[in-house]
Ligand binder design. Structure first.
Ligand SMILES: Cc1cc2nc3c(=O)[nH]c(=O)nc-3n(C[C@H](O)[C@H](O)[C@H](O)COP(=O)(O)OP(=O)(O)OC[C@H]3O[C@@H](n4cnc5c(N)ncnc54)[C@H](O)[C@@H]3O)c2cc1C
Length: 272
């Protein structure tokens, strides 16, 4: 085991949306911060669809923005389509939703982090949290290094012992094509924390060139639009068009037919 010779004020584990915001604000407030994340190439990656915001989530992004976060500003950099949801109801429940270019979002965010003083970003996996006298003392990584710290912020998203179901197949992974973080849960359990499992779902991705868009309802970007960040003003930009599709009775039939099917575990892929 290698002991890193500096002590951090804060270590943030995980460089997804939550970890990026936590690391950024911690460093901005003057705390010497280390962000440990499994891959530098997936920092701020959107796990699912390319939208930021939506009902309830739009309000959270706005709150983060008001508190000095970066998500809203970066959304405006990467935006390809703006739509305010719920405008049929009172203004208190209007919800901004912005479709983004996923890669621009990710790289713009990484650039924000790299420019931030007091912030160091490390590609590694946190495997253990060590405590001393009932307080956090250090984080140990897969590459067998111990980083001393006064506080840990855990933002591991869907990665702790993550499993993925694709049709009937079960694979290990934090997200499709990304390894799960398989060791940290045991350490959390040893610290007396309760471990549970949550589930999320996502639709299949399809090739746009195979879709007949004339069968869908077009949804142009709002004009004028409201930027996601309250610190930005609308700018002249070419936006993309979204399309609204609906499922049919046939879709419900297919789901009902397959709902009881059992999963097959691919052991090689599940424990890589
Ligand atoms: C298939 C799928 C579909 C989803 N669909 C939606 C959706 O439609 N809407 C929605 O709001 N949410 C959706 N989610 C949930 C999505 O994960 C969250 O909205 C969002 O990504 C959470 O951000 P996060 O920062 O908490 O975690 P994540 O984005 O999951 O990021 C976690 C990060 O932590 C890193 N990490 C984890 N453990 C460690 C460790 N021990 N050491 C170092 N690094 C570590 C990972 O590599 C990753 O970079 C979906 C998730 C998946 C997988």
């Amino acid at each position: 085991m290698f002991d890193f010779d500096k002590t951090f004020d804060v270590i943030v584990i995980g460089g997804g949306h939550a970890g990026c915001e936590a690391a950024l604000i911690s460093a901005k407030r003057g705390a010497k911060t280390l962000l440990i994340t499994q891959s530098l190439d997936t920092v701020a990656q959107m796990s699912c669809n390319p939208s930021i915001g939506g009902i309830a989530k739009g309000q959270i992004v706005r709150e983060i923005d008001a508190l000095g976060g970066a998500m809203g500003k970066i959304t405006d950099i990467a935006a390809v389509h703006y739509h305010m949801l719920n405008t049929g109801k009172g203004e208190a429940v209007w919800s901004p939703r912005v479709q983004c270019d996923k890669k621009i979002y990710q790289f713009a965010y990484k650039h924000f982090l790299e420019k931030q003083e007091n912030l160091h970003i490390l590609q590694d996996e946190a495997t253990q949290i060590l405590t001393k006298n009932g307080a956090v003392d250090a984080v140990v990584t897969l590459r067998q290094t111990k980083y001393k710290t006064k506080a840990v912020v855990l933002c591991s998203g869907t990665f702790l012992k993550g499993t993925i179901h694709v049709g009937k197949l079960m694979l290990g992974g934090g997200r499709y094509n990304d390894n799960a973080a398989n060791f940290l849960s045991a350490s959390l359990k040893d610290l007396g924390l309760k471990i549970g499992r949550l589930k999320t779902g996502t639709p299949m991705r399809i090739n746009g060139q195979t879709v007949d868009f004339t069968k869908f309802t077009p949804q142009p970007s709002d004009n004028p639009y409201t930027p996601m960040s309250v610190f930005n003003r609308p700018i002249k930009k070419d936006f993309l068009q979204c399309y609204i599709g609906r499922t049919t009775d046939k879709t419900a039939e297919v789901l009902a037919e397959h709902a009881k099917e059992k999963t097959t575990v691919n052991k090689t892929a599940a424990f890589r």
